[in-house]
Design a protein around this ligand. Structure first.
Ligand SMILES: NC(=O)c1ccc[n+]([C@@H]2O[C@H](COP(=O)([O-])OP(=O)(O)OC[C@H]3O[C@@H](n4cnc5c(N)ncnc54)[C@H](OP(=O)(O)O)[C@@H]3O)[C@@H](O)[C@H]2O)c1
Length: 253
């Protein structure tokens, strides 16, 4: 990375699903720009390497193990933020799951619930619980990580697509609802990106075909998401709320 910047100096950011992939890239991008971090995912050990990386950038970082589909864990996570940092400026709802690939009508109610519980109810719970902290920030920004699957159905990913379309709409609903409190709410919608989550779509010889469907000729990298996240987190986007920024190499053009 280039020289350390200060676009998020004195800000505190909570990022879910920060142990790897897109969440990790955004967390380190924020640390690089001066933010202190609370990093959440289920496996605390995996978060510790990201904590170390952020500390090497001179930032304070805290790892909290939490299953974001559990209300008790969400409450405990927010309590830790209050106790340890006493403030919150940026919330990135990034953790998500996709336990099922196949036709919607052949899915079980259990996989439907599991997907919606984390991808849609999780951000709802976290935003609801963090609202008081965020409204006290002079520059509050919520960034939901949606997906191009939320814009048009992704074959065999019906439940996931529904969950992300719901998250995009939640962004718009909350942008209006929280605007009087000066809390901005936006979505980043990545297209296919090289992470463990999506490996079934690009690993084991599938990458060339996947890339051929993308006008810019390659799949995304987690670092491709960082500048847009910084834009939405910082004062550069002070007049932007309720929007979806698509980062997909032109796949939905
Ligand atoms: N990769 C893509 O092609 C792509 C495309 C569009 C959108 N997205 C979106 O980008 C976001 C990040 O995905 P990614 O590709 O970076 O995935 P990833 O590399 O698999 O990372 C997922 C992260 O979420 C955490 N997580 C999973 N279940 C959790 C739970 N129940 N509670 C708390 N944390 C949980 C994981 O850690 P633990 O396992 O330790 O919990 C991990 O830190 C997701 O919202 C995804 O829908 C990805």
């Amino acid at each position: 990375m280039t020289e350390l910047g200060g676009r998020l100096r004195d800000r505190v950011a909570l990022i879910t699903g920060a142990s790897r992939g897109i969440g990790r890239a955004i967390a380190l991008g924020f640390a690089h720009e001066g933010a202190d971090l609370i990093l959440a995912s289920r496996k605390r050990q995996d978060l510790e390497t990201v904590v170390n990386d952020a500390e090497h950038l001179g930032r304070r970082a805290l790892a909290v193990a939490a299953n974001l589909s559990s209300e008790a864990d969400v409450n405990e996570l927010c309590q830790r933020v209050e106790e340890e940092f006493g403030r919150l400026d940026i919330l990135v709802n990034n953790a998500a799951t996709n336990p099922y690939m196949g036709p919607l009508c052949e899915a079980t109610p259990e996989v439907f619930d599991k997907t919606l519980d984390l991808n849609l109810r999780g951000p709802f719970l976290l935003i609801r619980r963090c609202r008081d902290l965020l409204r006290r920030s002079p520059a509050a920004s919520i960034i939901n990580i949606g997906s191009t699957a939320g814009l048009r159905p992704s074959p065999m990913l019906g439940i996931y697509s529904i969950s992300k379309a719901g998250l995009h709409m939640m962004t718009r609903v909350l942008a209006r609802e929280l605007a009087p409190e000066k809390i901005r709410v936006n979505t980043l919608a990545p297209g296919l990106t090289r992470t463990r989550f999506s490996s079934a779509l690009w690993a084991e010889g599938r990458e060339e075909r996947a890339a051929s469907l993308i006008p810019l000729g390659r799949i995304g990298e987690p670092d491709d998401m960082v500048e847009a996240a910084l834009y939405l987190a910082s004062g550069d986007s002070a007049f932007v709320t309720g929007q979806v920024i698509v980062l997909d190499g032109g796949a939905t053009a």
